[in-house]
Design a protein around this ligand. Structure first.
Ligand code: SF4
Ligand code: SF4
Length: 329
């Protein structure tokens, strides 16, 4: 293995490559253990059952709270953000799916983009054994990705629990590259957000997302209860709904969401000037715009497979999506 201590890179190189690839923001954080308070809050949330049955979130705590264990010799975490905000939302007179699922599955897209980011960085740092020095992550490792995005300086976590990038909003996929290389001291530069410096920002006294959540999943004390969140219920929950769950899904205000929920982001003032994605792979599947409630209700398994062949909606599976539709139809 090459000597990781010898590899450095100027942050301007990382930034230039990230911009060239169409990322909206990029920052770097020194790889380290997650701070004790963040870990305490995370573990309390799990212990209180607020993450419902997403038990995978409790697995691999050693790795989750110490990302240096995910890559031997890891010194830096590069964080990037890729917009998925669609130019044209689905019409209000039909069922909604979360914006992030309009285009191709983000795992596929981000994986490609991170590989495209790593390649020139390895070349610039003189690294040939790429896999020993870079590890791309996009929901593919137990990482606290919003925590690292904050540490990298690209944004803050809002009361809606999303990563908010000042002036750009929250409609972003996050990706990370763990690496043994270190930005040079001369380039301990601030992160870039569309080429500009990030200014301090926060939710201030706003609580629109808490008010907009139809199921009370967001609490004013800053906690979040996935058991009451339509995104959890319509995507992650397996099997039939309990009467209480069915009531939460069916009594949401119109337009009904049948996959995910964007209400706590749509109402956020930070998203007022969101810029639509220009990434070709994230452009909406045009067939979605012709789906009426009746067509959704009559969706066959074959049509589902064709409509969502490369989509994140596959996570809910046909049975899950039809369960959601049955509930609101
Ligand atoms: S995604 Fe929807 S249900 Fe979940 S917290 Fe946000 S507004 Fe509430
Ligand atoms: S809606 Fe308001 S409180 Fe909620 S995340 Fe946005 S700025 Fe923060």
């Amino acid at each position: 293995m090459e000597n990781s201590q010898s590899h450095t890179i100027d942050f301007s190189v990382i930034k230039a490559e990230a911009m060239r690839l169409g990322f909206s923001a990029c920052g770097v954080a020194a790889a380290d253990v997650v701070d004790a308070e963040t870990r305490r809050i995370y573990e309390q949330c799990m212990a209180e059952g607020r993450m419902a049955d997403m038990n995978y979130l409790a697995r691999y705590p050693d790795l989750r709270f110490d990302p240096t264990q995910l890559l031997p010799g890891c010194r830096t975490i590069i964080c990037v953000a890729l917009s998925y905000y669609p130019r044209q939302p689905l019409p209000d007179d039909t069922y909604q799916i979360a914006y992030y699922a309009y285009g191709r599955d983000y795992h596929e897209v981000m994986r490609q983009k991170l590989a495209q980011l790593i390649s020139p960085l390895a070349a610039a740092a003189g690294i040939t054994d790429v896999s020993s020095h870079f590890r791309p992550c996009t929901d593919t490792a137990p990482m606290l990705e919003r925590y690292w995005a904050v540490r990298s300086g690209i944004g803050f976590i809002g009361r809606n629990h999303t990563l908010i990038i000042p002036r750009l909003g929250s409609y972003f996929f996050l990706g990370e590259v763990l690496t043994t290389i270190k930005p040079t001291a001369a380039s301990d530069a601030p992160p870039f957000v569309e080429g500009r410096r990030v200014r301090e920002s926060s939710c201030a006294s706003c609580h629109r997302c808490i008010d907009a959540c139809p199921t009370g999943a967001l609490h004013s004390d800053g906690t979040f209860d996935a058991r009451r969140c339509l995104s959890y219920l319509t995507i992650e929950h397996r099997g039939p709904f309990t009467p209480e769950q069915a009531d939460m899904v069916s009594s949401q205000p119109t337009p009904y969401y049948i996959y995910g929920c964007d209400r706590c982001q749509r109402c956020c003032p930070h998203n007022q000037r969101a810029v639509p994605t220009t990434e070709p792979l994230l452009q909406p599947n045009q067939q979605l715009y012709s789906m009426t409630p009746t067509r959704w209700k009559q969706l066959t398994r074959e049509q589902y497979q064709q409509l969502f062949a490369h989509s994140a909606v596959k996570r809910a599976k046909y049975e899950g999506l039809m369960r959601n539709i049955e509930c609101v139809y």
